[in-house]
Design a protein around this ligand. Structure first.
Ligand code: ATP
Ligand code: LTN
Length: 334
């Protein structure tokens, strides 16, 4: 508990332009949970280097991402928005937790398998221990809740296992975190291949709607979305492309999938795609406008970055000193 509130932690990587999947699956929930919890939202730049990055691009995108958090509606004065690499405790705790995580557990992680296949020329140890750094992120702040898309559930389960293992040996050190997965938009699929999730690292730009896409681009991508030859708007697994469009529309409009199916009874895919596109445009417009304003105010963003790094460091040190004592590191001489 911090200030009598439960603690929330989540993070995103600045590895590409954010997609509608990132927004509907994660960011949108972050905004709604802001008032209820004491929130830490990190730009997890230490995770990003598990895949080779161009330094200038990574720096630029990390700042972009932080501004998108704010533009989406998270108040940076009340919530801790910061860069993971500005808080040394993440690396320190990750090392310790590495010694409480089994190779066998990491070998089972599907994201590692996917990323290793995608980057076969650079299967580095950091990519393998990525979930341990993620566990450190969460446990460092004693987070009660972690809002993520469904694809991150396996990492959350591992975090809980590591925390329980540690607590069993040393007593109650870590809070055991719960995942929070939103009801709608938990997994948005690619517009070009509805069997794959929409992903910011997809090479095909038509597969994803980016948060900064202009209205014409959004409408065009929706019109081109892959559907099927059934010709009826139904919400079922046999029609994954149409199901995904209904999910997007439902997440953007607040209507349930059933209501959407009723709305499009007897109407074709063309009309559905138009409605989807329009609903996406109206959701992204305010975010884009606020982002454009923030981009002009360098001093303000710099101050947020500095103040919040200090705040995160303060809370992370509380956990870290406790952990260090428990495992038997010698006390520092002051
Ligand atoms: P990458 O392509 O670089 O792996 P990504 O687009 O999968 O990136 P992440 O940075 O791994 O995005 O995820 C950020 C957050 O967005 C996570 O909470 C994740 O669960 C969520 N998320 C990512 N893609 C989707 C999606 N298609 N639908 C719903 N949520 C998603
Ligand atoms: N692995 C996550 C990003 C991430 C994260 C976290 C999410 C890093 N640390 C802690 C929640 C909590 C991803 O790829 N989306």
């Amino acid at each position: 508990m911090i200030n009598d509130k439960k603690v929330l932690f989540s993070g995103m990587q600045a590895t590409g332009n954010l997609t509608l999947g990132n927004y509907l699956g994660a960011l949108k929930n972050w905004v709604t949970l802001c008032d209820e919890y004491e929130c830490f939202y990190s730009v997890v730049d230490m995770h990003s280097i598990t895949v080779r990055q161009d330094p200038a691009t990574l720096r630029k995108r990390s700042r972009e991402l932080l501004m998108i958090y704010i533009a989406a509606g998270i108040d940076p004065e009340k919530n801790c928005l910061y860069y993971q690499s500005h808080v040394p405790g993440h690396a320190e705790l990750a090392w310790i937790l590495n010694c409480f995580t089994y190779m066998g557990e990491l070998n089972r992680m599907t994201q590692f398998k996917d990323k290793a296949a995608k980057h076969a020329d650079n299967i580095n140890a950091g990519l393998f221990t990525y979930p341990v750094l993620m566990a450190a992120d969460i446990l460092l702040y004693q987070a009660d809740v972690v809002p993520v898309g469904i694809d991150q559930m396996q990492h959350l389960e591992l975090t809980r296992d590591i925390a329980e293992r540690f607590n069993n040996i040393y007593g109650d050190v870590f809070t055991i975190p719960e995942a929070y997965v939103g009801k709608v938009g938990a997994k948005i699929m690619s517009l070009q291949d509805p069997s794959k999730k929409m992903s910011k690292s997809d090479e095909n730009p038509n597969a994803s709607i980016y948060l900064m896409d202009d209205p014409d681009t959004i409408m065009r991508k929706c019109k081109r979305a892959v559907t099927d030859s059934e010709g009826v708007v139904l919400y079922r697994d046999e029609q994954p492309g149409v199901k995904n469009l209904i999910d997007i529309y439902s997440a953007c409009s607040g209507k349930t999938p059933d209501e959407v199916v009723r709305e499009f009874d007897g109407r074709g895919y063309g009309e559905l795609k138009m409605a989807v596109g329009e609903s996406v445009v109206s959701v992204l417009k305010p975010l884009q406008e606020r982002h454009a304003e923030l981009a002009k105010d360098k001093a303000y963003i710099d101050r947020i970055i500095k103040d919040n790094a200090e705040k995160a460091t303060y809370y992370s040190n509380k956990t870290l000193s406790k952990v260090k004592r428990k495992i038997g590191y010698p006390d520092k001489i002051r």
